[in-house]
Write a protein that binds this ligand. Structure first.
Ligand SMILES: [Zn+2]
Length: 115
């Protein structure tokens, strides 16, 4: 079964290669979904939603909220940011199935385990 929880953070970035307004310093209200996959445990859950929330807050949100993303990633595209979030949570031994990250309400990327 898959369990999905949503999170938000705000951050600034600029994309040097972009030939449009994203080249200039600006911010986004990032939204992302963490999907984990696994069997149900004795409590009838894949994982406690609160435990997932704590792990994501201590890792991803603590690192990126209200920060300048270029300080962490040379080229902070939504794709590379999603990849970084995926790796960060995998290091926490979460059985990650996918990360979907919205840069705007209309634009999102998704990274799947094994891709
Ligand atoms: Zn942008």
């Amino acid at each position: 079964m898959r369990l999905i929880r949503s999170f938000d953070f705000e951050a600034a970035h600029k994309l040097e290669w972009h030939l449009g307004k994203c080249q200039r310093l600006h911010g986004h209200n990032y939204h992302f979904e963490v999907t984990i996959e696994g069997p149900l445990n004795a409590n009838g859950v894949v994982m406690d939603f609160d435990d997932l929330k704590e792990i994501v807050k201590k890792t991803v949100i603590a690192k990126y909220d209200h920060q300048f993303l270029n300080d962490f990633l040379e080229n902070p595209t939504a794709e590379l940011l999603a990849q970084d979030i995926f790796e960060m949570l995998k290091e926490q031994n979460l059985p990650i199935y996918s990360i979907r990250l919205w840069e705007t309400p209309q634009a999102s990327v998704e990274i799947l385990a094994g891709s």
